[in-house]
Design a protein around this ligand. Structure first.
Ligand code: SAM
Length: 362
């Protein structure tokens, strides 16, 4: 029997409202704009078994971008060291992403070691779901309790076209396994693209009425100059909401830290799941951004859409002590821009983001 998302939300609110030393407490990391940074996103690898059209740039699709060599990636030991230091500074939440995090060899050993870090209370995973079903129980036992699975269509042939691989059955098995094992929340990431999958908005919305999932509609973002993003493929959150409005009322659910940047609703009183809307372009969420990223090349990056990075790998490999790591983390947080410049980039057709989502970690 699945627990409804509504129950999970109210349990979560009770826990966070009574927890001592929650965000803003003694051990918190603040940026120059008084945002508390408590969330680290770790790109485990730039490699992926899929080639999703919104993620892979023209440059990558044409083989013009070399993948990182294994030696260029941080080792698991190096990542564990960084995470230990970051947790000591106030990071409480970690997301494993990539590339495809489950495609990196021996990832389960690494995640078990992460699970043993004192003070790290929340380990999450973003995955394309292809390898997830077979690893789900071990991931859960190692302490990954929350999972986002990318699935951009409910039609197998269309998934194959978007992702470049015929993988719907494996991904769907992953979704079912996540619910059966007890991951909570289980979120489905849907990048909405006009003319590609926008005729499935209602089907995805109905899925959230039937299953205790959060279906998250994500606005398609242009990532760098060689992105396959085109204005005519972009659909705003307002347009997405308008398209599903005939299905029922969107009832807002209170914001809490399970939501991240999403605005969350239930589609009608009886829905067991919810709908999230992520609007990096139309209503950006920079004011509440609490994130820091560690790229697969070992650089600290404080904004997905801004290229300023600190080369932590060089620091790690030059024999420096933990104080050097914490200084770099502090500096990256101080470098965090007030907001991203996506609108300007769209206007000028240029910009400050190299656009390799797989390296940065989506
Ligand atoms: N391989 C994993 C996966 O597929 O979920 C993790 C990495 S992937 C880069 C993480 C997320 O980035 C995906 O769920 C997708 O929603 C998002 N993403 C990638 N490119 C995007 C784009 N151009 N616009 C919006 N979201 C994007």
């Amino acid at each position: 029997m699945y627990m409804s998302e509504q129950t999970i939300y109210s349990m979560h609110e009770q826990i966070t409202s009574t927890a001592p030393g929650a965000a803003g407490g003694d051990n918190s990391l603040c940026d120059s704009f008084a945002r508390t940074i408590s969330y680290l996103r770790l790109s485990l690898t730039d490699r992926c078994n899929l080639r999703c059209l919104y993620c892979v740039t023209e440059e990558e699709a044409n083989g013009l971008l070399r993948k990182l060599r294994h030696a260029d990636l941080l080792s698991y030991e190096e990542m564990l060291r960084v995470v230990r230091v970051a947790v000591g500074m106030g990071i409480t939440k970690l997301r494993l992403t990539g590339g495809e995090p489950l495609a990196r060899r021996n990832v389960l050993h690494f995640i078990k070691a992460l699970g043993a870090i004192p003070g790290l209370s929340d380990i999450r995973l973003t995955t394309n779901g292809v390898f997830f079903a077979q690893m789900a129980r071990q991931l859960f036992a190692a302490g990954v309790g929350k999972v986002n699975i990318s699935l951009d269509s409910l039609k197998p042939e269309r998934v194959a076209r978007i992702a470049g691989v015929d993988c719907f059955a494996q991904v769907w098995r992953g979704v079912e396994t996540a619910l059966a094992v007890g991951f909570s929340p289980v979120k489905l990431n849907v990048v909405v693209m006009r003319g590609i999958n926008d005729d499935e908005l209602a089907d995805f919305a109905r899925l959230s009425q039937r299953l205790p999932l959060q279906v998250r509609f994500i606005e398609f973002m242009p990532m760098g100059n060689s992105s396959r993003w085109r204005q005519e493929m972009y659909l705003s959150t307002d347009a997405i909401k308008a398209a599903i409005s005939p299905l029922g009322e969107l009832l807002p659910l209170g914001r809490n830290c399970l939501d991240g940047p999403a605005q969350v609703f239930r589609l009608g009183q009886d829905a067991v799941g919810s709908l999230g809307f992520i609007s990096p372009i139309s209503h950006h969420f920079c004011d509440n951004c609490n994130r820091l990223r560690l790229t697969s090349a070992g650089s600290l990056r404080s904004c997905l859409l801004h290229d300023e990075e600190i080369d932590l790998r060089a620091i790690l490999r030059s024999g420096q002590d933990d104080a050097a790591i914490s200084n770099a983390i502090r500096q990256a947080i101080l470098n965090k821009p007030k907001g991203h410049q996506l609108e300007e980039r769209l206007r000028d057709a240029g910009g400050d983001c190299h656009g390799r989502m797989s390296r940065i970690g989506g």
